[in-house]
Design a protein around this ligand. Structure first.
Ligand SMILES: *Cc1c(COP(=O)(O)O)cnc(C)c1O
Length: 416
């Protein structure tokens, strides 16, 4: 890998793009011509297939066929159909993934399921730099369980392996850190957790669609992931949940709504969970937003995720190489070794917020994460090496001219 990066130092963006087997995939997206979008890890752009699919479902299905569409257009099985498309991207055999709700809600469900299945007394191990929503959800379920609450231990990432002993019943981790892009070794940590008798829950929000995952091979117990980041399903797109086949009949989840019932249209007063992963459904699926995600997933048709991952590693290596030559106080906080990094590169800078705003003004969209992080995410499906080169040129120009010091770039918006 280091050799590969060294070799790239002499490569031009043009040559890298010419050699890119995924260069044409960008045609599947609606992207403004002169925009360099390095925020697909936060909100994926619009795939061209989405508007027509949405228009058809709205006009012909909702508009004309109305309620018959639950049967005639198979709306009722859309969560499973979209789940199976995602399953292919994460190395899951059929019957283990379903599309539903948000990541946060799905985490609540799998936490409850894992608490049921795991040994007692329960202890959840996570890392302090996990995505805050994940930590909040553990707080929430802990408050609900009162005296039966699990012990919750959060440690620094580098202390995880030391803290993983037989007192731990559940390991809850996000594979790719949203701030630094640091990536855990999912297979290794899963094996280590299992070796001490713990279950694993992986949050794959920043991995799905860009990391070549193989959940079945790693024997992952539970996973959740996001529909609107690298899957490009649109703002607030539904998320997914993965439950290994071997656990499905032995667990239930507390948001036991009618859509997770074995026979919702029997309208029985008693809950009887559906077979398999369907019991992780709660209420009526959001057909319109799930339609957008379903159409968005067509851009992955036939793609090999190992190829996507390989390009992602190269884009990151190229970005780091270029920024190494930029004057200024940017401090790389992402791993240099591409194998240890997801599809983003982050830098610390005291004026990171203003730099991000100045970049946006010149058409380079990254984002800011408190307190001082400039985050550049890239999706190999639509970002080119030329995008990276132009982004770094803009960054260098802003820092050299101190344009980011202009007052208008410091006014903090609510969403960063
Ligand atoms: C984006 C993200 C989420 C999003 O959760 P929602 O409930 O769908 O908003 C959760 N976890 C991680 C690690 C994320 O990156």
């Amino acid at each position: 890998m280091v050799g590969e990066i060294a070799a790239e130092q002499n490569w031009s963006a043009v040559e890298l793009d010419q050699a890119d087997p995924l260069a044409q995939v960008r045609q599947g997206f609606e992207l403004p011509e002169d925009l360099i979008y390095l925020d697909g890890n936060s909100l994926g752009p619009l795939p061209k297939a989405v508007p027509d699919a949405m228009a058809r479902v709205i006009r012909a299905e909702w508009g004309a066929a109305l309620i018959k569409s639950w049967n005639d257009h198979d709306w009722i099985n859309l969560p499973s159909r979209v789940g199976e498309k995602i399953a292919r991207l994460i190395g899951a055999a059929p019957g283990q993934v379903i599309c539903t709700d948000s990541v946060s809600v799905n985490l609540f469900k799998v936490l409850a399921a894992a608490l049921q299945l795991g040994r007692r007394p329960a202890k959840i191990l996570s890392e302090v730099d996990n995505f805050p929503s994940d930590l909040y959800l553990v707080e929430g379920i802990t408050a609900l369980l009162g005296p039966d609450a699990p012990v919750f231990e959060v440690v620094q990432a580098d202390a995880l392996i030391d803290q993983l002993d037989t007192s731990v019943s559940i390991v809850l981790l996000t594979q790719v850190n949203f701030k630094t892009g640091a990536m855990h070794d999912l297979a290794d940590l899963t094996a280590r957790a299992h070796a001490v008798g713990a279950l694993v829950i992986w949050d794959l929000s920043h991995s799905t669609g860009v990391v070549d995952l193989d959940l079945d091979a790693a024997k992952v117990d539970f996973a959740i992931g996001c529909g609107y980041k690298f899957l490009n399903g649109g703002p607030g797109a539904p998320a997914y949940v993965y439950v290994a086949s071997r656990h499905q009949q032995r667990v239930s989840q507390p948001l036991s709504g009618w859509m997770g019932h074995a026979q919702p249209f029997d309208f029985s007063p008693n809950y009887q969970p559906a077979e398999g992963v369907k019991r992780f459904l709660s209420g009526t699926p959001a057909i319109l937003s799930m339609t957008a995600l379903n159409a968005a997933l067509t851009v992955f048709g036939g793609l090999d995720l190992r190829q996507v991952r390989a390009k992602s590693e190269k884009l990151g290596a190229y970005l780091i190489h270029l920024v190494d030559n930029v004057e200024g106080d940017l401090e790389l906080i992402s791993p240099r070794d591409s194998r240890l990094r997801g599809s983003q590169v982050s830098f610390r800078h005291p004026l990171a917020y203003a730099i991000v705003q100045a970049l946006i003004e010149v058409g380079v969209v990254g984002d800011f994460r408190a307190p001082d992080i400039l985050r550049l995410g890239f999706n190999p499906l639509f970002n080119s090496f030329a995008d990276i080169q132009r982004a770094v040129q803009s960054l260098a120009m802003i820092l050299i001219t101190e344009r980011h010091l202009e007052a208008r770039f410091s006014a903090r918006k609510f969403v960063t």
